[in-house]
Ligand binder design. Structure first.
Ligand SMILES: NC(=O)c1ccc[n+]([C@@H]2O[C@H](COP(=O)([O-])OP(=O)(O)OC[C@H]3O[C@@H](n4cnc5c(N)ncnc54)[C@H](O)[C@@H]3O)[C@@H](O)[C@H]2O)c1
Ligand SMILES: O=C(O)C1=N[C@H](C(=O)O)CCC1
Length: 272
């Protein structure tokens, strides 16, 4: 037995799931007590160490979130929107901290997460890296300092398996730019340009998504005016940066009251 927070990783066989399992195993601040996969996945029932191609670690992969979450202090969840919504209700019932990295959530999904956060701590961010959260802060400041003579464009690039666009990070950056300008993102958002689109509307915030190969995650915020351009860039080369942030959130969440939090709260970054 240990007093360290017990962590369940959902979507254990995924790109982030495996990264998170390794990060929890390497940490001396928490302990891996469960790994979840979807019903029918061939990892279910196997020791996760063996499923990952190594030695047994004494944690078998389950497809039953109710039993897995019952003894957990935190759930780290990088899966898919439908799975995350179901997990939020169960994590809240278990009073476990729910750290959500899943992107592609709709406004309706987020309302359901906010309802679950009345009973338990939820930390959610489209990007859990320190670098991107600093970039969000910088984007808001630069957007606030410039007027609409500067067109704002957000360009993101990810691996060819990614299923959602714009990325969660691009949306965080778009929100920050909109807040800096004092506008509402959905009123000025321009994504998916194709065909005869007409000239760019002044004040719009544009999004472009590139998908290819094994790109981990790259984001540019471009401020383009007549005669000059400013570009803010973040490049992730290792998914460990997301796992590191998620673990920090799971541990930080242990001492918080129920509610919805972001990585700004975890990292102590100001909203200004
Ligand atoms: N916030 C961040 O910092 C950050 C970083 C990287 C990825 N992501 C997001 O995390 C999510 C996962 O990314 P990935 O690249 O690891 O994807 P992936 O497809 O490699 O992994 C997802 C895993 O979830 C599992 N899964 C799906 N439904 C499930 C269910 N009902 N129960 C249990 N497991 C289930 C799948 O079987 C799969 O193993 C995406 O939404 C991605 O955008 C966020
Ligand atoms: O690989 C992914 O998928 C990523 N998703 C997040 C996003 O949508 O921004 C973070 C970067 C990697």
């Amino acid at each position: 037995m240990t007093d360290l927070p017990g962590i369940v990783v959902t979507g254990g066989s995924g790109r982030m799931g495996q990264m998170l399992i390794n990060a929890v195993q390497a940490s001396d601040a928490c302990t891996l007590i469960g790994v979840l996969e979807r019903v029918g996945h061939d990892w279910v029932g196997q020791d996760v160490g063996i499923a990952m191609g190594g030695a047994a670690i004494g944690v078998s992969v389950s497809d039953d979130p109710v039993t897995s979450f019952a003894s957990a202090q935190a759930i780290i969840d990088f899966t898919a929107p439908a799975a995350t919504i179901g997990f939020a209700e169960l994590a809240a019932q278990a009073r476990a901290v729910h750290v959500i990295g899943t992107t592609g959530l709709t406004e309706g999904d987020i309302a359901k997460l906010d309802a679950a956060a009345r009973h338990a701590v939820i930390v959610r961010a489209g990007n859990m890296s320190l670098g991107v959260n600093l970039l969000v802060q910088l984007t808001k400041k630069v957007a606030a300092a410039l007027d609409e003579d500067f067109d704002i464009e957000i360009i993101e690039a990810h691996h060819h398996h990614k299923i959602d666009a714009p990325s969660g990070t691009a949306l965080m950056l778009g929100e920050a730019a909109a807040q800096g300008r004092g506008v509402v993102l959905k009123d000025v958002s321009d994504s998916g340009r194709d065909g005869i689109t007409g000239a760019r509307t002044r004040g719009d915030i544009g999004f472009t998504a590139i998908r290819g190969g094994d790109i981990v995650g790259e984001h540019d915020v471009l401020f383009a005016a007549a005669g000059e351009r400013i570009k803010l860039t973040h490049i992730a080369t290792d998914r460990a940066v997301f796992a590191r942030g998620a673990l920090k959130a799971a541990i930080w969440g242990q001492t918080q009251k129920p509610g919805s939090y972001t990585m700004f709260d975890v990292l102590g970054l100001s909203e200004d």
